[in-house]
Design a protein around this ligand. Structure first.
Ligand code: C2O
Length: 542
């Protein structure tokens, strides 16, 4: 039976939506955690009490947190974690964002079980850019582990070997009845025939990109990562950890029960590929007893069907009111990938990678190390020296055929706490380039404090002379997390209009914890105390 591992955190959230002066107390002891619902323009006050046995902090994934990095949440980046028994009150305002986001623990592997949906409705009286759906449902895709996530993290970090893959994927916390012994644990949504519903799909899995589909029903994508898209009809969608996708579904099929299902796209760890499928049920209220039998399964692509994944991701078009800029001030080229470190004692149990090595991961050959005694943001604000440097390389320090067969001598990154400084207001382009170091796989890259236009992508190595000619500067989709295609590249653009320190990382948690990260320090020249709000008095002590 898949259930009943420890539940890590009790989250006592008090939301005060100042705009409507409404106050809501959310119940806890639920999994996934409570759905936070607000409107564009609302100010939120959320008190998080740590009732777990581990340090923890909460990240509001995708919210811009303008001039307010103190509310962003990643441990040792913008705050020190909340200690067991401690609390911290996150205060922030939602500015010009609408759609689906989510919140999750941002300490070690704790987001494996500590996460929930964050829904931003339009301002009162302001409509969606599509016909208003009759009902809305959050659909949280996740992974279930039969062990304490922090022990899995230790296994990944100390031994450097791939952490145990999950024992099941889940939808809204339930594995679904295709797993043995979980027939009672299948999420179900009830619909009427002939209505249109909105599904807010969130990939909260720790380490896995997923395909998702609904038997016999078309989905029309209308939003990604809290930004609207042009309507995009599809039978299957691809969603990486961190991403959200809003779809409209019209219940135009014979009344009955239909599976909504998700299963792996790509592999986080090639060696331990999990080929299982999680299901939830879309059930028509009018279905008779006889057509409530076994639901029909959607046809989902094979785990290595990169063509289908690419067709979906590159088919999306944005519906942004903001035009993407054509002139770029800062052009960055970041290579991402795994790596191997030679162990000093290859016989040590901490050394379980191939041929006496440990796994690591890097961007531009730097494997990111978080500080341990303070956060990057506090070090910056209080001018504490020696915590980080700002010499993250804007281009790879060594040029080679990134997606070819990479010489073994280039497999070893150097550790460091290197940030990249961006001038406030600069127009930034980043090309994220996958590498075939150790293995070729997709890396869902996330940037805190910003969302960005996805202007182009391709396979092989990015060609600066040819590829920009094909960039979409007309209607690119807006995202906060984008997959670097396996053996390929993706180009993004954003305006550096948010001062502070913002984490940049792969949203596959094992890669993040192996060092696939850096951070932007966005500075306007007047110093942090003039550009960001002062830290709240209850910011957790380090
Ligand atoms: Cu949702 Cu730094 O992550």
């Amino acid at each position: 039976k898949i259930c009943c591992s420890l539940f890590l955190l009790v989250l006592f959230a008090l939301i005060a939506s100042l705009a409507s002066a409404a106050q809501t107390h959310y119940h806890n002891f639920v999994f996934p955690g409570p759905t936070v619902e607000a409107r564009n323009g609302d100010s939120l006050v959320i008190k998080v009490v740590n009732a777990a046995k581990y340090n923890i902090s909460i990240h509001w994934h995708g919210l811009r947190m303008l001039r307010n990095p103190w509310a962003d949440g990643p441990s040792y980046v913008t705050q020190c974690p909340i200690k067991p028994g401690g609390s911290y009150t996150y205060r922030f305002t939602i500015v010009n964002q609408e759609g689906t986001l989510w919140w999750h623990a941002h300490t070690g592997f704790l987001r494996a079980t500590v996460y929930g949906a964050l829904i931003i409705h339009p301002k009162m009286g302001s409509p969606y850019p599509f016909p208003t759906p009759r009902r809305e449902f959050p659909i949280l895709l996740g992974e279930w582990f039969d062990r304490d996530p922090m022990l899995l993290l230790r296994q990944a970090q100390f031994t450097g070997a791939a952490p145990n893959v999950s024992v099941a994927y889940t939808i809204n916390g339930q594995p679904g009845d295709l797993y043995r012994c979980s027939s009672q644990e299948t999420a179900r949504i009830l619909v009427d025939a002939g209505e249109t519903i909105l599904l807010r799909i969130i990939n909260s899995a720790l380490n896995q990109e997923l395909f998702f589909g609904i038997a016999n029903h078309m989905m029309t994508v209308v939003g990604t990562d809290a930004a609207y898209t042009k309507p995009f009809p599809t039978r299957v969608l691809t969603i990486g950890p961190g991403q959200t996708i809003n779809v409209l579904v019209t219940t135009n099929q014979p009344p009955g029960r239909y599976y909504m299902a998700a299963r792996a796209y790509q592999t986080a760890q090639n060696a331990a590929f999990d080929n299982t499928t999680t299901t939830a049920i879309l059930e028509y209220r009018s279905a008779s007893r006889s057509n409530k039998n076994r639901p029909i399964l959607p046809v989902l692509p094979a785990f290595n069907d990169t063509a289908t994944a690419t067709a979906f991701t590159t088919g999306l078009r944005g519906l942004s009111r903001i035009q993407v800029f054509t002139k770029v001030d800062v052009s960055l080229y970041f290579i991402v990938g795994l790596g191997l470190i030679n162990c000093t004692n290859p016989n040590s149990p901490r050394c379980q990678g191939p041929n006496g090595t440990r796994f690591t991961a890097s961007m531009n050959n730097v494997s990111f190390i978080l500080p341990r005694t303070t956060s990057l943001m506090q070090a910056y604000y209080q001018r504490i020296p020696g915590v980080f440097t700002t010499d993250f390389p804007p281009v790879p320090p060594v040029q080679f055929n990134y997606t070819g067969s990479v010489p073994r001598g280039l497999w070893t990154p150097s550790p460091g706490t290197k940030l990249y400084k961006l001038k406030y207001g600069s127009r930034v382009q980043i090309v994220l380039q996958d590498t075939s170091i150790v293995t070729t796989e997709e890396h869902p890259m996330h940037i805190h404090g910003f969302h960005f236009f996805v202007v182009g992508s391709g396979f092989g190595n990015f060609n600066p002379a040819m590829d920009p000619a094909n960039f979409n500067l007309v209607d690119p989709p807006v995202r906060n997390t984008i997959g670097t295609p396996p053996g390929g590249w993706v180009a993004i653009r954003f305006l550096a209009d948010n001062p502070g320190i913002w984490f940049v990382h792969c949203h596959i948690d094992s890669h993040l914890n192996w060092g696939l990260a850096t951070a932007f320090l966005v500075e306007n020249g007047v110093g942090p105390s003039q550009s960001v709000i002062p830290p709240p008095i209850d910011l957790p002590p380090c």
